[in-house]
Design a protein around this ligand. Structure first.
Ligand code: AMP
Length: 113
């Protein structure tokens, strides 16, 4: 299995997991861009948001619900946070397995680079 996030989902390489269930895994980003930087991935391999199918609509919703849950659990929901899904080359996606970033713990600039 070559996909690094599939390997994390299968427990084959370590990650600092903060939440998981039968459909998603949430873990701390290895190169945090904010005091809180968590990634939420589906266990199933989906290349990107653009590559997802209508059969995966509920899964996409569950990823956002998980972001909401993790933000509350980590105590950042009140001050606020940013949820980012980089998609494709222009979107800056570097890992080809769908993931939502949860960034929090400092004021975040806008627009992004
Ligand atoms: P993106 O650029 O949107 O594709 O984001 C990929 C993210 O995955 C980056 O923020 C990386 O720091 C993060 N990342 C890559 N490998 C790992 C890993 N083994 N464990 C945790 N985060 C990772």
């Amino acid at each position: 299995m070559s996909c690094i996030f599939c390997r994390i989902a299968h427990g084959e390489i370590p990650a600092r997991v903060v939440f998981q269930d039968d459909r998603v895994v949430a873990f701390h980003d290895v190169s945090p861009q904010a005091p809180v930087h968590v990634l939420v991935i589906p266990r199933v391999h989906v290349e990107s948001l653009a590559a997802s199918t209508s059969e995966q609509d509920a899964l996409l919703g569950h990823i956002l619900v998980t972001v909401r849950h993790v933000a509350r659990a980590l105590g950042v929901a009140e001050n606020g946070y940013r949820t980012v899904i980089n998609t494709g080359f222009d979107g800056g996606q570097s890992v080809g397995h769908l993931h939502a970033h949860l960034l929090a713990g400092r004021p975040l600039g806008w627009p992004p680079g």
